[in-house]
Design a protein around this ligand. Structure first.
Ligand SMILES: [Mg+2]
Length: 351
């Protein structure tokens, strides 16, 4: 990874985002703490922010840009380089999918899975209870944590095999799941597909489940989208027998995963492309990264990018996390926002 080296190029006719950013006054480099919110405000209702922090207008999802000048420079540089230099890297759970679903916490691609075998579902739940506190404990050194995460993923995958997970159980789990894409996701994918901009969806979950979510919830595929995640091997009876490639867990979910993952030929049953195409991804040196955790910024590790715009979805604990998120991401979308802000952003990047 290296810092931005491109000259600062500003479009003679500023794009919408730039116009909005530069029309705000006064701009502040460091966000102030938003005023305290009623507990429910972090869930459904628009968050009121000081005008200097919010780049959104009334009626659109709230977003926060801490350093409008830096973002404007990146937008201008990426726009000048053109769509052939751009790639999108996206997290799946809580980024492409909504955090809330019918008023409750939506399910993750991992959490929705029911093996159809209560004993093994309980065993996996017990592993979650043991390892999840480790995952979120900031006091455990990263190397030690990575080892434990690999252990957790390995045990979970072992239980899925031992418990006889079937392809049918995956289909049923997804059909019954409380999971939905954000509004505007299809619009975003269509926009990117029309311009041949690749989208790599990185997930420490299970590729087969994510692809099933795409099938059932979007009812279509996109030739520019590849899922880089843990991929299952099924026997002729449709029973899980193995996993392909090395395990991708929360702490190694990055561009190195491309080398670790099994070839992604069968994404969505779509014959377009293969992992070979993705050596070309490394030549796309401008990145739009979408995530919902600060750790998602690591998804671009291993990629020698010139410009990266990081867009973060801050779905919960807004009061507590806004300062960190607005420092880490170039733009932060609040309150489980739709994807329309990102659609507007890519429209500015690729007019
Ligand atoms: Mg996520």
């Amino acid at each position: 990874m290296r810092p931005m080296t491109s000259p600062l190029l500003l479009s003679p006719s500023p794009c919408r985002l730039l116009r909005r950013l530069f029309s705000r006054a006064p701009r502040r480099r460091n966000p102030t703490t938003p005023r305290p919110l009623a507990p429910h405000l972090g869930r459904r209702l628009p968050l009121r922010l000081p005008a200097s922090m919010s780049s959104s207008s009334v009626g659109t999802p709230d977003s926060v840009v801490a350093d409008a000048d830096a973002l404007a420079r990146k937008v201008a540089a990426i726009r000048a380089a053109g769509p052939a230099k751009l790639q999108v890297i996206a997290d799946f759970d809580g980024t492409l999918t909504r955090y809330w679903y019918d008023g409750s916490r939506g399910q993750s691609s991992h959490g929705l899975l029911r093996q159809g075998n209560e004993e093994f579902d309980s065993k996996r739940e017990a592993l979650f209870e043991h390892y999840h506190p480790i995952e979120i404990n900031p006091d455990i050194p990263v190397l030690e944590k990575a080892k434990l995460m690999e252990e957790w993923w390995g045990k979970t995958h072992g239980l899925l095999i031992e418990g006889g997970l079937t392809q049918e159980a995956i289909k049923k789990s997804v059909a019954d799941a409380a999971i939905a894409f954000r509004d505007g996701v299809v619009e975003l994918f269509e926009f990117l597909e029309a311009r041949d901009i690749p989208v790599l969806v990185f997930s420490a979950g299970l590729a087969d489940i994510i692809e099933e979510v795409f099938r059932q919830k979007l009812h279509r595929s996109f030739k520019n989208i590849k899922i880089v995640s843990n991929r299952m091997v099924f026997n002729e009876e449709g029973c899980l027998v193995a996993f392909k490639g090395k395990t991708i867990h929360v702490l190694n979910k990055n561009e190195h995963s491309l080398d670790m993952a099994a070839p992604v030929h069968d994404s969505l049953g779509d014959p377009n492309g293969s992992i070979d195409d993705y050596s070309l991804v490394k030549k796309r040196t401008n990145v739009l990264l979408l995530g919902d955790h600060i750790g998602d910024l690591g998804m671009s590790d291993g990629l020698n990018y010139e410009n990266r715009i990081a867009a973060g979805f801050l779905n919960t604990n807004i009061e507590k996390s806004l300062k960190d998120y607005s420092g880490a991401f170039d733009i932060v979308y609040l309150n489980d926002a739709s994807m329309r802000g990102v659609v507007e952003l890519v429209s500015d990047l690729c007019p």
